[in-house]
Ligand binder design. Structure first.
Ligand code: ADP
Ligand code: NA
Length: 330
């Protein structure tokens, strides 16, 4: 019997993924690929909704794909592809644009946040219709579920509304997807500002643990992480956000529970905890970094993997698009 289909993606918008991306998305994906028919996409069409340097975008797209594989996405099990290799994404997005209300799109909070940051003159219409392209991404593969972070819930809701609208108007065509927001996809906080989530859009990189950074750079950042003055290694998100973030990361990377970590570090200093954490992070990211470099050094092999995946994605996506065109009389 066919496995249920999932779709998820990330933008190639920095030179390295960060620890939040790894724990919140990538690690979940690697665990899901056994039980699902998974489509994992590097969404470069989404990335150009804000200005990008062309050379850098191309490079980051490859690096992002390489990091997916290096972190454990198996190209034999999952379809790992680049969004722009599958023309149906842009084509279906156009159709869905014509079925989405202006007011409905205007209610998307991520657009409101981002457009406020850029100002209306440098905000593109593409940024406004971003969630509609995301709807196309998901619906093309008839995905039953979409593993995403909490911040994407509203976009998946919009996708459901558009799918239902299309199905009602033109006949059953799309599977109506659910957002799956895994509990284990713990939220990771900035090392310097441990009440804000770790994000590539932070003002400085001092609080950002990057998958591809050398071990000594990561260690330095962890050793300088903000903690507190009471000196006790104890998990308390409210009173001790910095220490709790370190413990949370430690726990999720090792699979050990918080009480056992508190017990291990009882009576010891923050420096010990940080040293221990730096080792744990390196145990996870060291091999990923090496494998990423290997993959990037053999352009032919990575391109071959991505081309094969694009072929499979194209097959599925164009089948859906054909049906859509047929239904609406194109
Ligand atoms: P960023 O916030 O750095 O721009 P993205 O929005 O590109 O990250 O997120 C890509 C994926 O990584 C999403 O699935 C998102 O939920 C997850 N993610 C990003 N930051 C974190 C974080 N700090 N903790 C947990 N998951 C995160
Ligand atoms: Na984001």
């Amino acid at each position: 019997t066919a496995k249920p289909i999932i779709f998820s993606g990330m933008q190639p918008s920095s030179d390295s993924l960060h620890l939040g991306n790894y724990i919140g998305a990538l690690k979940q994906w690697t665990q899901m690929q056994e039980d699902f028919d998974a489509f994992f996409c590097v969404v470069n069409l989404h990335a150009i909704t804000v200005p990008q340097d062309p050379k850098e975008l191309a490079e980051r797209t490859r690096r992002t794909a390489a990091q997916y594989i290096a972190a454990g996405i198996d190209p034999e099990k999952s379809t790992l592809f680049i969004q722009s290799h599958v023309p149906a994404h842009a084509e279906l997005a156009w159709v869905l644009n014509t079925l989405t209300g202006f007011g409905e799109a205007s209610r998307m909070t991520q657009f409101k946040d981002k457009s406020q940051r850029f100002g209306s003159d440098s905000t593109s219409v593409g940024l406004f219709t971003y969630p509609i392209l995301m709807a196309a991404d998901i619906l093309l593969y008839q995905a039953a579920s979409v593993p995403v972070g909490e911040d994407q819930r509203q976009h998946v809701e919009l996708t459901r509304d558009i799918a239902n609208r299309f199905n009602t108007r033109f006949g059953e065509t799309f599977v109506v997807p659910e957002a799956t927001i895994p509990k284990s996809a713990a939220k990771i906080y900035d090392l310097q500002d441990p009440t804000s989530k770790m994000s590539k859009s932070a003002d400085t990189e001092a609080g950002l643990i990057k998958v591809l950074d050398p071990a000594n750079v990561t260690k330095k950042k962890i050793m300088r992480a903000v903690t507190d003055a009471d000196g006790e290694i104890r998990f308390d998100r409210e009173a001790k956000p910095g220490v709790s973030n370190l413990l949370g990361i430690y726990s999720v990377l090792t699979g050990r529970d918080i009480p056992s970590l508190e017990a291990e570090y009882a009576g010891r200093g923050y420096g010990d905890l940080k040293k221990g954490l730096a080792e744990v992070v390196e145990e996870t990211f060291g091999p990923i970094r090496e494998r990423t470099e290997e993959l990037l050094s053999d352009r032919g092999e990575l391109d071959r993997l991505l081309a094969g995946a694009a072929e499979r994605a194209n097959e599925v996506a164009s089948r859906t698009l054909d049906t859509v065109y047929d239904r609406i009389g194109l």
